[in-house]
Design a protein around this ligand. Structure first.
Ligand SMILES: Nc1nc2c(c(=O)[nH]1)N[C@H]1C(S)=C(S)[C@@H](COP(=O)(O)OP(=O)(O)OC[C@H]3O[C@@H](n4cnc5c(=O)[nH]c(N)nc54)[C@H](O)[C@@H]3O)O[C@H]1N2
Ligand SMILES: Nc1nc2c(c(=O)[nH]1)N[C@H]1C(S)=C(S)[C@@H](COP(=O)(O)OP(=O)(O)OC[C@H]3O[C@@H](n4cnc5c(=O)[nH]c(N)nc54)[C@H](O)[C@@H]3O)O[C@H]1N2
Ligand SMILES: [Mo]
Length: 923
């Protein structure tokens, strides 16, 4: 039990909770003691080095640093005694003497100056010593160590909070200074620009360039307002504070959300300026009569006038809706399809699928989840009756073991990765399974590099060990699982010895990782695209589910299944029904009872058949089945596999409406382009990977004539004959909620009040349930179903013509198709050009050198990129990120689908690599 401590603070009786410091107890009692090296935020340890928080403890000869000193029963503490106040003032005077003068200070409004002013210290009359040359080498962060007070917060921020281990303290005493790696300029160091150090620094020695003068030495920008919102990038769902000056975002800081506790990554913190890029769409566009569509067209977004002309909203909306209506009326709803967006809000997703189902009269509505975790969700729904995560990633705090397989969280879910790395430091066993090396393997007790595409071999071998050595949880299996016997039979043929040559992991090591996971008290599995984006993606996920169900590692704190969801709202967009087989909350369109409920709600008969999926829709266009599309906030001309095929399909459409914030490669093929609002310009809810429904608030207004996405969906709806009237986003949310049991106790007002609510919640005043399925599963028999999986090879194996394996994925700084991040100044500065990564040995074998231009070819096409040496890429493989329009990876990738999740094999196809002759490369 926690015991309270009673002590006297400035003559008052106060209590401290066990473990609390004097500083913390004082704060709760309403007394804020000056402080610099102490940061009152989760994850920060007190260091007690700056002496700014000294207090007097009766009976003690020396003053005590209140940030580390814990009170004792009966202690008498004086924060305001003359001695303490004088000592504190002295600390500030000494520090101020060495600060640059306020008129040219990196941040005259910093915490340091705020306290200094409060204590009556106005800076030193002496000129500060010139000690350090400024370091402006980083794209986003200015380093002005003249303002550094050696408080060490940046080191703790970097090493202990974000666990990036870049910043250290060099030298001692007065000479001490923070250094990046081996005292490299920040811009050349391994810094990942999460900016945690900037947020923590009390003086502005580390500061955002976006708030400073050209030389990056003096602050010149002060925001007009700060808005609480949520990050637009990944599924982690970091809460943000967005600062705005003259309707322009000038700074983003982390806020204390449940998924980030003030932390951010480089994209969330520094990737905000894309919304003011000159290429932003600001007026509706209509295709010119004299500009025929062709799949191989290239449009310069800065000069689209050969292809498009400006139109009024009336004309654009009339044409957009008219074309869709005509196709529906002539060819039936089945000739239409829609792609909604996982970048948009829940309300937009709900309205979009309603428009397609009610207005177009078809279930042909899908979104990027199809290219993402569709196979994971198919396996989860089959296995445990629910597609969401069973536990938030923060549950890793309670785990003594976790597996990360086919995911790269440090790069793709960086803030989630901070929790994983902290758990590793705490001593949790970490099993990272990936063909490609990654930073997280440095923190792993069990790094496992294996052959790509052989997950089923490895995972079945682990299951073999678990069953053979009786490491499974017999009681759990008896009470909560079905299919165990069939699994036992299946994996009998998958001994580690038999699978070792298949997956390239030694039999003993397979046994060891199987034992480590199974014998853990609490273990959790995280997975990503390396599992899902295969023709056997559903089988891969089935094996993971089998691991959890046999060992009982689900339903308790520190256990669970967590597919790391990708887009900021992919969980929400899926929940809201942007899926061709199901209405909101995964209710089958083929179930007559379900359908009747929706027909009653929407007042008309609905299509009883499942619709087509993303890649199937592209095929159906080629077959002449689908003639018109509405695409909102997706860029399939870049993100779909076999791009030439996809672009030819888009060009073949009789009518294409694209609603986006940029003239994307997809929009090049449009008849009408509707300029929409970006994330920072709108109100809405977003559901992150942890099932936390959070509120995004508008910080700035849309540029030019750009309009709100949800309003545009309604405009189209009305023009195709629906009587839609919504007073605003909250009304849409409430309509959606009435149809979604998962949101039952989460009214709009609650999200507004609490900022983040986990679903499901049992009551309006009860917190949502983080850990699910302690008492069985929402399946027909209440049991989790184990589905054994067989070993299938990737669809296209290397051969004599195409001897390498091509794998694709992401970079930390870029987002998917680059639409946003290639237009974000800092991010594009950090990763400016298309790269292909290969192992140095393969580069040597090719007779090439890193930095030169190479050509990568597959049976579908060829692209040229700059060669980068990367020891993490296995020999025989080439890795390409898919964010570069000038060298689009998906010209190369294989569109072959997983039969259950209908996801293409982005992670594996046969390729060949050659050098590009110099003359050609220069062209
Ligand atoms: N910076 C950045 N972050 C992002 C995104 C982004 O575009 N940029 N996108 C977001 C989205 S939508 C998503 S879905 C997530 C994706 O996040 P992740 O799931 O981490 O995605 P990837 O980097 O594509 O692939 C993950 C890993 O799969 C491995 N892999 C490849 N083949 C295999 C295999 O056969 N077996 C196994 N076990 N592993 C394999 C790769 O080596 C890679 O390390 O990221 C989200 N976050
Ligand atoms: N080769 C390869 N291909 C892949 C993958 C891979 O690993 N390898 N991964 C796949 C995965 S996991 C995913 S999730 C998909 C992602 O594929 P997409 O979803 O197509 O990719 P994004 O670039 O995120 O596209 C989002 C679009 O929305 C626009 N947008 C952003 N905000 C807003 C807004 O508020 N309103 C509107 N109207 N538009 C907005 C952007 O400008 C952009 O055009 O890619 C898939 N493709
Ligand atoms: Mo994704």
């Amino acid at each position: 039990m926690t015991e309270e401590i009673r002590f006297t603070l400035d003559g008052r009786e106060v209590t401290a909770e066990a473990g609390e410091t004097i500083w913390q107890a004082a704060k709760r009692a309403g007394v804020e003691i000056p402080h610099l090296c102490w940061l009152d935020a989760p994850g920060y340890r007190a260091d007690g080095n700056c002496r700014a928080c000294m207090v007097e403890v009766e009976g003690e000869r020396t003053l005590a640093a209140s940030c580390i000193r814990k009170p004792k029963d009966g202690m008498n503490v004086k924060t305001a005694s003359e001695r303490a106040a004088k000592a504190r003032k002295m600390v500030f005077e000494l520090l101020a003497a060495d600060q640059p003068p306020q008129v040219r200070h990196p941040d005259p409004d910093s915490k340091f100056w705020k306290w200094a002013h409060e204590l009556g210290v106005e800076g030193s009359r002496l000129p500060a010593r010139e000690r350090f040359t400024p370091d402006p080498s980083h794209a986003a962060i200015a380093v002005n160590l003249d303002a550094c007070i050696q408080c060490n917060l940046c080191v703790r921020a970097c090493r202990e909070v974000q666990v990036n281990d870049v910043i250290g303290m060099a030298l001692r005493g007065h000479e001490a200074k923070p250094v990046f790696d081996f005292d490299d300029p920040m811009g050349n160091s391994t810094c990942v620009a999460c900016g945690e150090c900037v947020q923590a620094c009390p003086t502005g020695a580390l500061y955002e360039k976006s708030l400073m003068d050209e030389q990056a030495q003096t602050r010149t920008v002060w925001p007009d307002k700060t808005v609480d919102s949520v990050c637009p990038y990944c599924g982690v769902g970091c809460q943000t504070k967005v600062s705005v000056k003259d309707n322009k975002i000038v700074q983003v800081d982390g806020r204390e959300g449940p998924a980030n506790e003030n932390r951010l990554c480089v994209k969330g913190r520094f990737g905000f300026d894309y919304i003011r890029h000159p290429e932003r769409l600001t007026t509706p566009l209509v295709r010119r009569e004299d500009s025929p569509k062709r799949g191989d067209i290239q449009v310069d977004p800065r000069n689209p006038w050969e292809v498009f002309r400006e139109a009024t909203w009336e004309e654009a909306l009339g044409r957009a809706a008219g074309g869709l209506r005509d196709i529906r009326d002539t060819h039936g709803g089945g000739a239409l399809a829609g792609f909604g967006s996982a970048k948009g809000s829940n309300e937009e997703a709900y309205l979009f699928q309603k428009l397609v189902r009610q207005g177009f009269g078809t279930n042909n509505v899908d979104h990027c989840t199809r290219l993402c975790h569709a196979s994971s969700v198919a396996a989860l729904i089959e296995g445990i009756g629910s597609g969401g995560v069973t536990a938030p990633f923060t549950a890793v705090e309670d785990a003594d073991c976790f597996i990360v397989i086919g995911a790269r969280p440090e790069q793709n879910h960086p803030v989630a990765a901070t929790y994983l790395k902290q758990a590793a430091k705490r001593g949790a066993k970490v099993i990272v399974i990936d063909p490609r090396g990654q930073e997280l393997m440095r923190h792993a007790s069990h790094p496992v590099r294996f052959k790509p595409g052989t997950d089923v071999a490895l995972l079945n071998a682990m299951l073999h060990v678990i069953i053979e050595e009786k490491l499974y949880d017999e009681q759990y299996v008896q009470a909560h699982a079905s299919g165990f016997e069939a699994l036992k039979e299946k994996v009998a043929e998958f001994s580690p010895e038999a699978m070792a040559p298949v997956c390239g992991v030694e039999a003993d090591y397979i046994r060891e990782i199987a034992r480590t996971y199974a014998n853990a008290e609490r273990a959790i599995i995280f997975w990503g695209m390396g599992i899902s984006q295969h023709v056997h993606g559903t089988d891969n996920s089935r094996c993971l589910i089998a691991l959890a169900l046999t060992t009982g590692h689900v339903g308790r704190p520190g256990t669970g299944l967590h597919p790391l969801r990708g887009q900021n709202n992919v969980q929400g967009a899926s929940d809201a029904g942007l899926i061709p087989m199901v209405f909101p909350d995964y209710q089958s369109v083929e179930d007559p009872d379900v359908r009747r409920r929706y027909e009653d709600a929407w007042g008309q008969p609905l299509d009883p058949n499942r619709g087509l999926t993303v890649v199937e829709i592209m095929d159906a266009i080629h077959e002449g089945e689908i003639r018109g599309m509405y695409i909102l906030g997706e860029n399939p001309a870049m993100s779909d596999p076999d791009q030439t095929h996809a672009r030819a399909a888009l060009a073949k459409l009789d009518h294409l409406v694209v609603q986006d914030i940029f003239l994307t490669e997809t929009a090049w093929h449009a008849d009408v382009v509707l300029p929409a609002s970006a994330h920072a310009e709108k109100l809405g809810t977003y559901t992150n990977t942890n099932r936390q429904v959070q509120l995004g608030r508008p910080a700035v207004s849309p540029p030019g004539e750009a309009r709100q996405d949800w309003e545009l969906i309604c405009e189209i709806a009305r023009r195709i004959g629906l009587d839609w009237r919504y007073s605003g986003v909250p009304e849409v949310y409430e309509e959606m909620r009435a149809l979604m049991p998962s949101l039952a106790n989460i009214p709009w007002s609650r999200i507004e009040r609490e900022g983040s609510v986990t679903y499901p919640a049992d009551d309006e005043d009860e917190p949502g349930r983080e850990i699910l399925f302690g008492e069985g599963f929402p399946t027909k028999d209440g049991r989790g179903r184990i589905v054994p999986a067989d070993l299938l090879p990737p669809d296209e194996l290397p051969d004599a013509d195409y001897p390498m394996v091509l794998t694709t994925g992401r970079l930390l700084e870029h987002w998917h198709t680059g639409a946003m991040t290639r237009r974000a100044g800092t991010l594009n500065d950090l990763e400016p050009e298309p790269v292909a990564c290969m192992h140095p040995r393969d580069i040597e074998r090719l007779g090439a050198t890193a930095g030169e231009s190479i050509r990568v070819e597959t049976r579908r096409g060829a692209i040229d990129l700059t060669l980068r040496a990367d020891r993490d890429v296995s020999a025989g493989m080439v890795f390409i990120p898919f964010c570069y329009g000038e060298a689009p990876a998906n010209v190369l990738t294989n569109p072959q689908l997983d039969p259950f999740g209908k996801i293409p094999e982005f992670k594996f196809c046969a390729a060949r690599v050659s050098r590009v002759p110099q003359a050609q490369a220069a062209e």
